[in-house]
Design a protein around this ligand. Structure first.
Ligand code: SF4
Length: 183
């Protein structure tokens, strides 16, 4: 049996999680990221960090239509609201299914490294999908570790790309002062 599958949301959060002790094969499944160029940019940064830390990477498809389908009707939700819960569940369910199919003993996510995200909600969603799929989810709060500030310094020192919006087109619009629900 393989050891641990680590769902990774972005390179800076992978650095934070790694310094806090996270290990495992990297699983970059984030269909929420928009546009595709931004997705490719974030993925490339994750691959660089994975190489630096000698972590194996599992290839995953980019399927943004699954995200848009899942959050339909929730476009105008504020960041941190119901849309984000659905977004977490979409990503963690896919990671749970992959862990099960590929024979990993457990899985977790770097999403809890972000200071802007509700780690209790993320861990609850992780536990829920894990019990539905029949795998083990390891709850964590990577941003609370004593190495958090070291990780921030390392991200800066290595010149790792740090995005200025969460990921989806709606969060991008809010960041630019536009209406998030515009079609
Ligand atoms: S704001 Fe972030 S967590 Fe919320 S739906 Fe968008 S990408 Fe997902």
């Amino acid at each position: 049996m393989k050891c641990h599958l680590l769902h990774v949301c972005c390179a800076p959060d992978l650095v934070i999680a790694y310094l806090a002790g996270a290990r495992g094969d990297v699983y970059f499944y984030n269909p929420n990221i928009h546009p595709k160029e931004e997705y490719e940019k974030r993925k490339l940064e994750v691959l660089k960090v994975a190489q630096l830390f000698n972590l194996d990477v599992i290839e995953v498809e980019y399927d943004p239509q699954r995200f848009f389908g899942a959050v339909q009707g929730l476009e105008a939700e504020a960041e941190g609201g119901k849309r984000c819960e659905v977004c977490f569940e979409l990503r963690l369910r896919k990671a749970a299914l992959a862990a099960k199919e590929l024979g990993y003993a457990s899985f977790s996510t770097t999403l809890t490294a972000s200071p802007k995200k509700d780690f209790t909600l993320i861990n609850n969603v992780g536990q829920k999908v894990a019990s539905q799929v029949g795998v083990i989810y390891l709850p964590n709060v990577y941003r609370k570790g004593p190495t958090y500030n070291d990780a921030q310094r390392l991200v800066k020192m290595l010149g790792i790309y740090r995005q200025n919006y969460c990921g989806c087109v709606f969060s991008r619009r809010v960041r630019s002062g536009e209406d998030p629900s515009e079609r």
